[in-house]
Design a protein around this ligand. Structure first.
Ligand code: PMP
Length: 428
């Protein structure tokens, strides 16, 4: 006899009996997942979901090359980093080939948060200063020092407010922010520079090239160039958080900072790097890495182990072999065109934005007032789920639908998403 699957509420109750609900699940009635392959996920009841949401399985859920590489390496050698082994040399070499020259040192860790945390240590060590300038609505991770610079957390529900260690800067958002004209990047930069000058010195400026938790907001054009110059003029460092935007997702660029024609001093990596296996990294310059080498050993039990490095290498290989950056560009451009077409049809789509397969669209009550329609965004997310499509919502008003699927997403997948959004908005 085939065992009957447990009911969702039973599984949820079991989870919450041992895992606090603050470690949250999506949807009022969560999805009871069983397995996944490429851009599809399957629940315990055999239903197939199109994953238009998850950017961690970058090259596709359970990609066979990544899985097999991990399995083989796990069966052969996994150890801490205190020995010589080929995998770390091969991987860090391959990774650095994707960076401009000055960025030639890698620290391997196990998450985006650990990478952000280490980046904060590096900049404080290098500059002797403590305060970090960071964008409003930005998120950089879950450790104490990183929460302190993540406006999304310290200014959000349950947050403690801004501490003296952070200098919050307005998010350079050309849709909803203060400046929208052609030269908005310069106007936002001037505002940021003024704030930096008025502070008594910062160790670093950190930003995501497209602010994910802020609602997929691309930084206004030209912004980073001007802010980086001003930060460096006062001996501060510049950090690009590429945890969400890196590894070709943006289509035109392998890293988001390239879109703004800058080279950071430190880059933070995570999520897609291991396609779900927990690896993160800090990439920086010789000078910054050397200054950190003050005699106190830096050790990570798992960071840079042979299995993680082999998996990281397999991810880079698959991006290359399957031309996934190009796919992100082609399918992403098509996705944006189709969403823009829907925007012409429905007044409630106020803005469509993003690059490659890192896309967001805002739902508003009025195009002119930009009054956010949070309820409609929730409705679209939930109705899409009922139609077996996964997306999420975010932004300061939680009215932005986010779509950042595995890079193997196809135009047919886009057609399905668009068709269903059209059907939902038609009824709204
Ligand atoms: N930076 C950014 C931009 C992120 O989106 C996240 C995770 N959402 C992190 C850092 C932290 O990464 P992790 O969850 O792997 O610790």
């Amino acid at each position: 006899e085939v065992p009957k699957e447990k009911a969702i509420d039973e599984v949820q109750a079991e989870r919450f009996s041992s895992v606090n609900p603050i470690f949250s699940v999506s949807y009022k009635t969560p999805i009871y997942m069983e397995r996944a392959a490429f851009q599809y996920m399957f629940d315990k009841y055999g239903k197939r979901y199109l994953d238009a949401y998850n950017n961690i399985p970058h090259v596709g859920h359970s990609h066979p090359k990544v899985v097999e590489t991990g399995q083989k390496q796990m069966a052969k050698l996994n150890t801490n980093t205190r020995y010589l082994y080929d995998q770390i040399n091969a991987y860090t070499g391959s990774l650095l080939r994707h960076f401009p020259k000055p960025l030639n040192k890698v620290f391997l860790v196990n998450s985006g948060s650990a990478a952000s945390d280490l980046a904060i240590r590096l900049v404080r060590n290098f500059t002797g200063k403590k305060r970090i300038a960071a964008l409003e609505h930005g998120y950089h991770g879950n450790t104490n020092s990183v929460i302190e610079i993540s406006h999304y957390k310290f200014a959000g529900k349950g947050g403690q407010g801004a501490s003296e260690n952070v200098l919050p800067l307005p998010m350079p958002d050309i849709y909803r922010g203060e400046f929208q004209a052609e030269n908005a990047g310069t106007s936002y930069a001037e505002k940021a520079i003024q704030k930096i000058r008025n502070s008594d010195g910062i160790a670093a400026f950190i930003a995501e090239p497209v602010v994910g938790c802020g609602g997929q907001v691309p930084l206004a054009s030209g912004y980073l160039k001007e802010v980086y110059a001003a930060v460096r003029a006062q001996n501060g460092l510049c950090i690009s958080d590429e945890v969400q935007t890196g590894f070709g997702r943006l289509g035109d660029f392998f890293w988001g900072f390239e879109a703004q024609e800058v080279v950071p001093d430190i880059v933070i990596l995570g999520k897609p790097m291991g396609n779900g296996h927990p690896i993160g990294a800090v990439v920086t310059t010789d000078e910054i890495a050397d200054a950190f080498n003050n005699g106190m050993e830096f050790f990570s039990s798992f960071g840079g182990n042979p299995v993680s490095c082999a998996i990281g290498q397999a991810v880079l290989d698959v991006i290359d072999e399957e031309k996934l950056q190009r796919n992100a560009k082609e399918v992403g451009d098509y996705y944006m065109r189709e969403l823009t077409r829907l925007q012409q049809k429905y007044e409630c789509i106020g803005d469509v934005r993003g690059a490659g397969l890192f896309i967001g669209f805002e739902l508003v009550k009025h195009r002119l007032t930009l009054e956010p329609d949070t309820a409609l965004a929730q409705k679209v997310k939930n109705e899409l789920r009922n139609r077996y499509i996964l997306v999420s919502t975010d932004g300061p008003y939680d009215n932005v639908i986010k779509s950042k699927p595995p890079l193997c997403f196809s135009k047919e997948n886009v057609d399905e998403v668009i068709h269903q959004i059209d059907a939902i908005l038609k009824q709204s």
